[in-house]
Write a protein that binds this ligand. Sequence first.
Ligand code: LR7
Ligand code: MN
Length: 582
Amino acid sequence: ITNVRRGRIFRMGGACAILLVLIFGLHKWSSENILKNTDESLENVQQGYYKFHRDVYPELKTELGNFEPKDKRSVSGPGEEGKPYHMAPDRANDVADSESEYGMNIAASDDIAMNRSIPDTRLDECKYWHYPVNLPSTSVIIVFHNEGFSVLMRTVHSVIERSPPNVLHEIVLVDDFSDKDNLKSNLDNYIKRWKGKVRLIRNNKREGLIRTRSRGAQEATGDVIVFLDAHCEVNVNWLPPLLAPIYRDYRIMTVPVIDGIDHKTFEYRPVYQHGINYRGIFEWGMLYKENEVPDREANHHKYKSEPYKSPTHAGGLFAINRKYFLEIGAYDPGLLVWGGENFELSFKIWQCGGSIEWVPCSRVGHVYRAFMPYSFGNLAKNRKGSLITINYKRVIETWFDEEHKEYFYTREPMARFLDMGDISDQVILKEKLKCKSFTWYMENVAYDVYDKFPKLPKNVYWGMVKNKATGVCLDTMGKAAPAYIGTSSCHGTGNSQLFRLNEAGQLGVGERCVEADTDNLKQAICRLGTVDGPYEDKDHQLIHRLHGYCLTLQPHSRTLGLAPCDPNNTYQQWTISHKKPN
Ligand code: LR7
Ligand code: MN
């Protein structure tokens, strides 16, 4: 149906469409591996040597070297080479316990080597890129709250193992007030093996991942900071390609391509079909999406392995010059716990003179969980349920212009009434940095958003759709599309009962569209690039223009569907709670 990848399902954790290409073994790093531009390196790196970096960036006058690790090692064991690890049936209880505690199978992770091998998922040509030999010193920052010990430590092991030691300045672990026993002295002791290269600092109260990352940036001492989630495995030679663009221009933020690690089997899977590049966009409810790189961007590049520009990023994994990150105010400290910070940083960087590049030759695996295993704790007090939407509202009220704000409120009508707190510091920052308008950003950077998610027509009605005969309301019943829509008693809190009818006839719920037939009503993925639909509201009837039929609650079966319109039938009469605001 779509070439917009289902990047993340918000409020739940995440899921990724993943394709299978498994290859190679572990590439062991050794520090003498920077092959200089000498005859020796010519022998070692075969043809294609030297081609890429000089070819793509001829103006760069610095000395280049190839950072590819030389020796490969192959061992066998659970999860080696990124293969799925299926546990014996008698471990089913351990599996179930860790799935419910962590949202991932920590029991499986505990059996897998900390330094296991994973497949090299890069394009072959990545091996022939040469990067500046004097890359900036780097602090890798990993924030965590109640993560599984072995998953957290495997993240650290992979960074130590697969980064050039002279470039990797330190790893900073920031504990966001975890309360699990094995993340206390056990963790302090474990990291001693790295003799100070891995530092651990702890929050003395829960701050949420956003503020915790800003703290990590303050405490780090490298020139560049790289953020990783606490359940990642970095792939072969991941770091130099991320640093090279920042070396060229300190206002470029770089993002690796994020592969998938299965939360049940820890299988490592490349995220995309080989050689197809995607970039980060969004829809008007601020759900993160990915879209194949449009020609307007792709045309600037000769090779698929070149970094390319992206309007935004998923949030968790990226590299940025540390001083620059602090200069632009790090993250808005008013953003709470989880969500929206990826957009805040993206809009801020692009609108205020920087840019974002995705780097196909840098690959990092991330464990996508089945659900979010932690609560928002005290941070969500009085704001329960809508905290993420409040974050979005802060971001759009700071960075959008009036036109585009309307699309957000059309898609998320309740957001208009949420208290986002004070954003005056953010607005002052935007003026101080002399940032460009959101329209500029849309026209010059995020133009492909409009292809998939056109400007939204206004809502005619929005809210609960209440049946006159029975007093029940349409409800998605918490199911994910495609799924049948049902009815339940009206609760007035939005969410699963918040529907919208727009001026172009589209009936929507969340990011989904309502489809009707004579014997059912469904929520389905909206046809990309369209915002219209077949519905019309007339004297409390919802008419489907194609059939000429009306939406009905069947009196006997209580199921939903379309039937010939009968103005006297109260089972066909619906009231939608709010007419358009303003
Ligand atoms: O209160 C908290 N404190 C924390 O320190 C909550 C979380 N955390 C830590 C947590 O332990 C983890 O290391 O913060 C990190 C990210 O939290 P996740 O893993 O729960 O987030 P996620 O992977 O579900 O969601 C994505 O969106 C988030 C929005 O705020 C962050 O930006 C995450 O980093 C981000 N993850 C990715 O981008 C990975 C790729 C996803 C895709 C596509
Ligand atoms: Mn994560």
